[in-house]
Design a protein around this ligand. Structure first.
Ligand SMILES: *Cc1c(COP(=O)(O)O)cnc(C)c1O
Length: 226
């Protein structure tokens, strides 16, 4: 599995080159991956992981090494909430009042969450529209057990490798980062918003330039999904 360690090493070099202040972390996205491959990532030093499904997380991470953070980055169905809060360190896909309400009701402690934003306003994607974010966060103090630690941005996939496409996606990333900073400046006690989770295998270098504090990488670490 040294291949996985090598890929992680190369990604870490890019992160360190673009963010010399060390203010961005690597999240390894482990959906569809076998445990031995995940273990290789842990051995290579990764401490932050993203899973997309509650059941897969329960099976894979039931017994986990100390010091790891496993966050939910897939769409969370309401009927899975009570299992999700048992296995995840945080839920990064709050997309509206309904889910916030159900989560808050099931919790007996504080939980770290992020607001999922549909940055490209795509119909096929989940997440809140950028225009609704500020108003939502302003009232998010009503869910006393949720602490909004950040924004998770969903970006469109580039349709091709043209300059126009890269400009469009980078523009959306800059706008999302600006929205994140504006909300951060509000200093809502329930929303410290320290994290901007943005960028995947194909576009993480742009996200690093735009200010992401977490990049979420799956295939770039583990190779193509089975
Ligand atoms: C799968 C997934 C990723 C990782 O995508 P890769 O292209 O494999 O890097 C990141 N974020 C979310 C929400 C995902 O579902």
């Amino acid at each position: 599995m040294s291949e996985i360690a090598e890929r992680i090493g190369r990604i870490m070099e890019r992160i360190e080159a673009l963010r010399p202040r060390g203010d961005c972390r690597l999240m390894a996205v482990t959906k569809g991956q076998r445990w031995d491959r995940i273990q290789a990532a842990i051995e290579a030093g990764v401490r932050l992981f993203g899973e997309n499904r509650v059941q897969e997380c329960t099976q894979k991470w039931a017994v986990r090494p100390d010091g790891l953070e496993i966050r939910m980055i897939g769409h969370l169905q309401r009927n899975k909430v009570k299992y999700a809060i048992q296995v995840f360190s945080g839920i990064d896909t709050i997309d509206g009042e309904t889910l916030a309400e159900v989560l808050d009701r099931h919790l007996s402690r504080q939980l770290s969450v992020m607001l999922e934003v549909n940055a490209g306003e795509e119909r096929t994607k989940t997440g809140m529209l950028p225009t609704a974010v500020r108003g939502f966060l302003e009232t998010a103090g009503q869910w006393q057990r949720l602490r909004f630690d950040g924004i998770l941005a969903m970006l469109p996939q580039a349709r091709d490798s043209s300059l126009g496409e890269s400009k469009r996606i980078r523009g959306l990333m800059q706008e999302t980062a600006e929205l994140w900073r504006i909300c951060q400046r509000e200093r809502w006690p329930w929303a410290p918003l320290v994290e901007l989770s943005m960028g995947m295998t194909s576009d993480y270098e742009w996200a690093l330039e735009a200010g992401a504090t977490i990049v979420r990488i799956g295939q770039g670490i583990f190779g193509p999904r089975q």
